[in-house]
Design a protein. Structure first.
Length: 123
């Protein structure tokens, strides 16, 4: 097991890793719209937050020597399902390989985030 850590995604703020690589499979913790440079939530709507989340996911993937094309499964959390269509519009720009996905509404997300994405990727 290899712990993956990068400055191109928010630092873990609790007892967890940004991601763990086991054999050729990456299990990445959920990403919210925290700017890795400031460690603060991005201001803005679901568009701005989803863009930041995808960039954070990309940072973790790159640290493991992977890209969005390696993602086989995502789990997405939305604080408001009314954002589903807008979220999908941003999501599909990054996850062009169309990995398997679950998308659920969450009553609340950390730091009042509007969305969160976690991924599983395989080399």
């Amino acid at each position: 097991m290899e712990i993956i850590s990068t400055k191109n995604a928010p630092q873990a703020v609790g007892p967890y890793s940004q991601a763990v690589l086991v054999n050729n499979t990456l299990y990445a913790s959920g990403q919210i719209a925290i700017d890795p440079e400031t460690q603060k939530m991005v201001e803005g709507d679901i568009v701005a937050q989803t863009e930041r989340i995808c960039k954070n996911v990309e940072g973790v993937l790159k640290a493991a020597g992977m890209s969005f094309g390696n993602v086989v499964k995502t789990t997405c959390f939305l604080s408001d399902m009314a954002d589903f269509g807008t979220f999908n519009g941003i999501y599909e720009k990054y996850f062009i390989s169309k990995p398997a996905r679950s998308c659920v509404a969450a009553k609340a997300l950390p730091k009042n985030a509007l969305a969160e994405i976690e991924v599983i990727a395989v080399k």
